[in-house]
Design a protein around this ligand. Structure first.
Ligand code: NAP
Length: 252
């Protein structure tokens, strides 16, 4: 019997890594909810998916807000189908050395990454458990291993790894896997913003980063999309609770 088309949600997919993941999952055959803070900003990703023959829905929601998440997941289930693939990708940075880091810098990073992944996963898990199939993919980072100026972000990204492993343990018996991708340097607005903040032209910043990476290049959003596609696939059902560093070389 032909497999019913599955619905995937990718948070923060108006641009950057999330947009590449959404497009890749659509080309893999999923219906994709392109979720971001501003619904209008999702138009480019949705149009690209539709132009390639896929099905996509733009959804404006704040992953850090419980009511917003509940409404978004309900709407996606009604308009696209029960979400059984979830990629928790939405993220922000508020870098500062510890002595300058404000409580707001700390709280807002925790809210988007950790509370956001928690709220989205909790809202989607009932659909996955009902379907006896689910794939949760969480975006961690090499910063989880520690990174100067990122006490908030590295704590959140290390937290994503513990969260992932616990979801894998709790949800495994329902056919749901949970895995994390920890990217290294990826060319997006986020890393362009970091270059601007430290006052280095982005081209120089990228070149310097590439020179420290064993494969001698920086990463592209499609590198992460490829890994997300694997974790989301039917055949990856025995891979759960793992963290894959997609960083052009080993990390530990
Ligand atoms: P990006 O270009 O800054 O895109 C992040 C997206 O998330 C934006 O569209 C943003 O919307 C959205 N977003 C932020 N807060 C949100 C919220 N509360 N609810 C819904 N959407 C929200 O970032 P990226 O580089 O693609 O990064 C994607 C993920 O990969 C993040 O989790 C990041 O931490 C992780 N990561 C990135 C790198 C890298 O080198 N780029 C490395 C390791 C890990 P707005 O535009 O409206 O703010």
């Amino acid at each position: 019997m032909a497999q019913e088309t599955r619905t995937a949600i990718v948070t923060g997919s108006a641009r950057g890594i999330g947009a590449a993941v959404a497009k890749r999952l659509a080309s893999d055959g999923y219906k994709v909810a392109v979720l971001d803070l501003d619904e209008a900003a999702c138009a480019d990703t949705v149009e690209a998916i539709k132009a390639a023959g896929g099905e996509a829905l733009a959804v404006g929601a704040n992953v850090a807000d419980e009511d917003s998440v509940a409404a978004a997941v309900e709407r996606i289930a009604a308009e696209l189908g029960a979400p059984t693939v979830l990629v928790n990708n939405a993220g922000i940075i508020r870098d500062n050395m510890l002595f300058k880091m404000s409580v707001d810098d700390w709280d807002s990073v925790m809210a988007v990454h950790l509370r956001g992944a928690f709220l989205m996963s909790r809202a989607c898990q009932k659909h996955m458990v009902d379907a006896k199939f689910g794939r949760i993919v969480n975006l961690s980072s090499t910063s989880a291993l520690g990174n100067r100026g990122q006490a908030n972000y590295s704590a959140a990204k290390a937290g994503m790894q513990g969260f992932t492993k616990t979801l894998a343990i709790e949800l495994g018996k329902f056919g749901v896997t949970a895995n994390a991708i920890a990217p290294g340097f990826i060319e997006t607005d986020m890393t362009a913003g970091t270059a601007a903040r430290v006052g280095v032209p982005y081209e120089d910043f990228k070149k310097a980063a590439a020179s420290q990476i064993p494969v001698n290049r920086i990463g592209q959003p499609e590198d992460i999309a490829h890994t997300a596609s694997f974790f989301a696939s039917e055949g990856a059902g025995f891979v759960s609770g793992q963290v894959v560093y997609v960083a052009g070389g080993p990390k530990d």
